[in-house]
Every structure is written in C-alpha cells, then in structure tokens.
Design a protein around this ligand. Structure first.
Ligand code: SF4
Length: 712
C-alpha cells in the first residue's frame, strides 16, 4: 500500500537527478510508477528532496519518443528557430523502423569517417546515463569513430575542479563523503547553493550546524544555507582567488600552518608562500569586498579547527579562472593539514547523478577509463591491447571546442561533420546558444538518442528513442564515490529501447564486433569489462556484490575490501606521493560590465528543476511548483529599474536576449542578476559567454555582462 493505493511491486533504485545519490524505491501499479519512497542508503538514510520524491512521472509524459524518427527529405535545419517544447514534429520528421534508422544513423557517420577521417566525427555521452553506457559509448567513439573526440557535461560543470585535483592530489574525486560534515568543526561552503542543488546533502550540513559545526558560506549570492552559517562572506563575483589567497596569506602570516604536514606530505610550499606574500587581507579586502578582519578571523578558524572541510560547487568551477580557484582550495587544506582525516578535506559537490561515474568511465577527451591519459605511452599501449585495436594518441576536442569545429572552414582537417549525442541537450546547456545551435544545424549528420524531442533533437537527422532511468538496470557513481545499482522498474514505452542496446547496434553498424551477451541486455558483462579497465579503482566491486550490497565506495581493490570513504590518509596518488601546491594569480573575467552592459549575469539551477528541464518540466508536481522562468535581483536593483517583483524584464548580453519575470531575492548582490537555465522559452544560455578556463576548458557560466530593462 502507498497511501490508499495498492501497488503491484516495489523496485529499489537510485534517484536520477543530483550527485547526492539518494537511494529510493519505485512503487509500480499497472506498469506505471505511482509513488517514490526514500530508502536507507548511505547518502540519504531515507531522506529525499522534492525532485526525488515527486519528479518521476516525466517517464509517462505524452511527449516521450516511442519510435525512431528520420528527418524528412528537404526539411532544412534552423539554428535560430527552435520550436517550443512538445510542438508537433510531424512536418519535420517521419517515423522509421529501427533497421532503417540505425542503418542511416551509423551508415552516414561511417561514410563521413571514411571520407574525411576520424576527427570529422565526435560523440557526446551523458552524465544522466549509467556507468555501463558511458563506458560503452566512449569505447565506440575511440574504437569505432577512431579518435578521442568524446566528451559530456562534466565539461560544463566540474572540469576545472578535476583538472586542479588531478594536478594537485592525483585524483579527480572527493577526499571525504558529504556525511563527514558531522565530524567537522568547521565547513567552508563556497560557490555552492546546496539547499537547491544538493538538497539532501544540505540537510546533513544543517544537522551538523545544529550540533555545533561552524558553517562559513562564501558566495556572491547568500542562499538559504546562509541561515545556518557562522559567517557569510558575500564576496564580489570573480574575486575568488583574491579572497582565498588572502586566507592562505593569513594562515602563513600568523604562523598557523601545519609544519609537519607541509614537510612530509606536500611539495612546492616555498613557491606558494612567496606568491601569496602580496595577497594580504588588507590588500585584498577592497578587491573582494570582504573586510580584512573577517578574512583573518575565518582563516584562523579554518586553520585551528580540529577538522575543517571544504565543499564547493560550480560557483567555483565555472570561471575562466576555475582551475585557479580550486588550486587555492587545495592549498588552503594542505597548509593547514586539513585533509586525510575524518571531517576534513576537499569535496567538489558533483552535479549530475552520474557525472562522477561518466568521467571515471572515460567519457572525456583526454583520458581513457580511470583517468589514464590518452597520450601516456603505457596507458595507450594497455588499452590498445585490452580493446584489441589501434587507438588515437592525441587528446580529442572538448564540448565547446567541438561546436567551434563544426563551424570551421572546409579547409580545416579537423572540421566536425558528424556527431552522435546520447542523452545531452547542448542546444540548451552550452554557452552562447545562438552559436551552438548554428553549429549543430550546420553538421552534415547529427544523431540524437534521447527520451524527448529536446531542443537538440529538433536539429537531428536521425532520432533514436531511448529509455528513461527507471526503465533500465545499471550502475551510477555519486559525489561520494559510491557505485550504486539501479534496477529496472518498468519497460520503455512503445518501441523505445535500452540505451545499451542502441549503442551496441550503432557499434555493429560502424563495423565493430562486440559481444556482450548476458542478462539485463548485457549490462553485467559490460560492467565486468569496465571493472577490468578500472581495476585500480573498482576492482573489488563485482556485479554480484552490487546486487547484494547495492552500494560500494571506491577505491575498492579486493572482494573483501569494504571500500574507502576517506582517502589520502598516508599518501596522495601522485607520482611522488605528495600533494603539489600551485600558486595562482588574479585573472579577470573574460567579459566585465561596462556602460552598455552594466550588470553581471550568474546562471544556475533551482530546487524544482533539473538542468535543461527536459525531465522536471514534464513532471507534474515540479512544473506546477515552478512553471515559469524568473530572474532574481536585489530589491535595490528592482527599484532602480522601476520594476515590481512579478513584472517582466528583458535581459540582454552581446549574444542574445531573454524576457522573463523578475523575482526579488535579497541574497543576490546589487548589480547581479541570477537566471536558472532550465527554461527553453527564456534560455539563460542565449546570454552566456563561451570563454574557457584554459586548463579545464569549462565555460564562464558564472559571469558575463548584461543589461536589464523593464520589458515592453
Ligand atoms: Fe535526488 Fe539529489 Fe534530491 Fe537526493 S538530493 S532526492 S539525489 S535530487
């Protein structure tokens, strides 16, 4: 029984939205999910947020794609005219059989590869898919397309965090799980809005605060978690490095460094100390807008806490200096010895439910599975032997770079001509959408595999109808490095198919001879091959163990290894075993406000909607709670603009404009406007800037110049 309803079955799975990885149970009646309940998983202990509890009926939405579609002959693609959500597509596409659609989808990609070379093709996988799908997809691109042109939305969220972490500590994942906040005396939450983006994780932070943990919230937007904070640091957008270097300066200046930890566990300390000498709080206070004495007070508290932990989000990573921001966080933890013990360490709060796992599985252009560099000779030789085929040695292009390559001259030998997108929506999620949509429209061949007619699918040549999360079995890895098993609760609608089956069909038609026989459409066989390729991380997590235990944390190297929630206890997985300290300089945002565009745009998510909204805006309860796009501004800015809350405003940048309702938000700083990017009818990314962090290649979603006027 669920309430007064009798259900046919209960199926244990994992929430498909954020990286917290809450375990849940689908309640199914008449092959429909009618309710969701939280389970006692290690990340949630029965808790769910509004998305996990109510965001399930998108799977039964009338707009689900239920058969393959092929673009009608002669129907042009228009990058500047994406139709409204769930518009009638029948004049643009016609139904096709799976045989016809797959033959066309793979056949044209193969023809482009044979004619123009491997670099003319690319694949975007998905952080919404399973680990097995991510692994198989990148293997298809590397062994079938013939290059490393494979990427996914990690490039849009934490790529700069991963770049800094790999460089500094030798691992791109978290050092301690979120729940470790219970053991921290102080937690620094920076560039993160956890009550919205990681709601159940935020409940653990609030519980910790109630038990005496001091929360420091450092963010240009003071969000709900600020109510629990001991100190809030509303620093000026774009000044993260100034604030953090001033904290590092204070720790050194006031003799609060952990000498033993620095001597035994780190390298390049002298360079760091020399570099931050000029970043005194007194010098940086006018830059970042935080009083020097507050910077010193917080730095002292962090350094002298028995255990202090840093959790951060995309407010840190989505800048042209995103990698530098994270280098500072690593340095702050290292010089205070706040890493490698309970309640301490570095935790980049991963966004998507499986962005950690998809990255681990090799869905990135510079790394094979388990972060083995494609240009490393021994890793390259190992994978050539393992997959039994020659492999490209050069890193591929990233998401945003590939859009530029699509619009490159005919003479460019790396011009992108064919693209296979599985479960991503770059026509909504990429920066500078007018550019992205024209790039997608210009492709000679675009194959999109998805569950809805997304803004990206409208620009496709072939659309392959895929399965939603509750319609398949597979594993995902959460922000805590837990590999968790989700089980199939219902069948896909109509003739939609499992993504793993579709990838294999594409591979076969690209000329690959794969054989993943077995139960669950071969998912266990794919997992086992991936486990071998990632032996140094998940070697001890066999499929049977996941079926038994449901969740195991890596590194886990043997069958009897319980997994390691806290890492770096004795050494760092770098070449010399030490954490490398990297000094940073002040780097300005790529586009700063001026007379024409005097305000700063910050984009992000909101509690009820997930990323480009393709799922949550089709979930009845969530859509009813937040049905319309809004822009958040401070009361002073609304007054200056002569706008009442609820009135419509037009926000313009050098790249586009959107019109939406204004919302008063006292946490948003004067001169800033915040817009969630989930709304196709007011797509925030029409405005954003595609300037990239040079290391992580992540776009600057958190800062560009805009103007705001009352609409009409
Ligand atoms: Fe799902 Fe994240 Fe909410 Fe948990 S916190 S229920 S994983 S969206």
């Amino acid at each position: 029984l669920v309430g007064s309803q009798v259900v046919d079955r209960s199926v244990d799975s994992v929430c498909p939205f954020c990286g917290v990885g809450c375990q849940l149970t689908y309640k199914v009646r008449d092959d429909k999910i009618v309710a969701v309940e939280g389970r006692d998983g290690p990340a949630n202990h029965g808790r769910l947020c509004v998305k996990g509890r109510f965001g399930f009926d998108y799977v039964h939405h009338a707009g689900r794609l239920t058969f393959p579609l092929v673009r009608r002959e002669g129907v042009a693609k228009h990058g500047d005219a994406v139709p409204p959500r769930d518009a009638d597509w029948r004049d643009t596409f016609r139904e096709a059989s799976w045989d016809e659609a797959l033959a066309l989808a793979a056949g044209k990609l193969k023809a482009l590869r044979d004619r123009h070379g491997p670099k003319s093709l690319a694949g975007f996988g998905s952080a919404k898919g399973t680990n097995e799908e991510a692994y198989l997809f990148q293997k298809l691109v590397r062994t079938g397309f013939g290059s490393n042109n494979v990427d996914h939305c990690t490039r849009l969220c934490h790529a700069s965090s991963v770049a800094a972490l790999l460089e500094g500590v030798g691992s791109g994942a978290v050092s301690n799980p979120v729940n470790d906040v219970a053991h921290a005396e102080l937690i620094l939450v920076i560039g993160s809005n956890p009550t919205v983006n990681h709601p159940v994780a935020a409940t653990w932070m609030k519980n910790a605060a109630q038990s005496g943990t001091r929360i420091v919230l450092a963010d240009p937007r003071i969000t709900d978690i600020g109510q629990q904070a001991w100190r809030t640091l509303p620093f000026r957008p774009d000044t993260d490095v100034a604030l953090l270097n001033a904290m590092i300066h204070t720790v050194i200046d006031e003799g609060l460094v952990n000498q033993d930890f620095i001597a035994q566990r780190t390298s390049h300390y002298e360079e760091l100390a020399q570099s931050v000498a000029r970043f005194s709080p007194e010098a940086m206070a006018p830059v970042c807008g935080i009083p020097a004495q507050t910077i010193r007070e917080v730095a002292r508290a962090f350094a002298t806490a028995k255990a202090a932990m840093i959790l951060w989000g995309m407010g840190v990573s989505q800048h042209v200096h995103g990698t530098d921001n994270v280098r500072c966080l690593i340095a702050l933890c290292a010089i205070t010895g706040q890493i490698g013990k309970p309640g301490s360490g570095l935790h980049p709060l991963r966004g998507q439910n499986n962005v950690q796992g998809a990255s681990d599985a090799g869905l990135i252009p510079m790394m094979f599975p388990n972060y083995q560099r494609v240009d490393n000779a021994s890793a390259h030789a190992w994978f050539e032997d393992f997959w039994g085929t020659p492999l490209d040695r050069s890193p591929g292009y990233t998401v945003v770079e590939l859009m530029d390559k699509a619009l490159a001259d005919e003479s460019d030998p790396h011009k992108l001509r064919g693209l296979y997108i599985m479960g991503e929506n770059p026509a909504m999620s990429d920066p500078n959408l007018n550019h992205t949509r024209h790039a997608l429209a210009s492709l000679e061949h675009l194959v999109v595999q998805d569950i809805f007619m997304t803004e990206t699918a409208w620009l496709a040549d072939v659309i392959l109808p895929a399965s939603a999360w509750p319609e398949k079995t597979g594993t995902v890895s959460n922000t805590d490095r837990m590999v968790q098993l989700g089980r199939q609760a219902i069948d896909p609608p109509g003739d939609a198919r499992a993504d793993l089956w579709i990838i294999q069909q594409m591979a076969q038609r690209m000329g690959l001879q794969w054989n993943y026989e077995g139960k669950y459409h071969g998912v266990a066989a794919v997992y086992d091959e991936m486990r071998q390729a990632m032996h140094a991380a998940i070697g001890g997590i066999r499929w049977e163990r996941l079926e038994r235990e449901g969740s195991v944390t890596y590194p886990c190297l043997a069958d009897d290894d319980p997994g390691q929630p806290i890492v770096f206890i004795d050494r760092f997985p770098t070449q010399d075993g030490r954490l490398r300290l990297v000094p940073t300089e002040l780097v300005s945002a790529d586009e700063t406000p001026d007379a024409d565009y005097p305000m700063v745009l910050i984009t992000g998510r909101q509690l009820e909607h997930w990323h480009t909204g393709s799922m949550t805006r089709r979930a009845t309860v969530l859509d009813a709670l937040e049905p319309e796009a809004t822009a958040s501004l401070a009361a002073a800015d609304l007054a200056r603009l002569g706008v009442q809350p609820g009135e419509r405003i037009t926000v313009r940048s050098r790249r586009g404009e959107v019109t939406l309702r204004a919302r008063q938000d006292d946490g948003t700083a004067d001169g800033c406007v915040f817009i969630p990017f989930a709304y196709a009818e007011a797509a925030a990314n029409l405005l954003t800037n595609a300037a990239l962090d040079p290391f992580g290649k992540i776009p600057e979603f958190k800062y560009c110049a805009v103007s705001v006027q009352k609409a009409g």
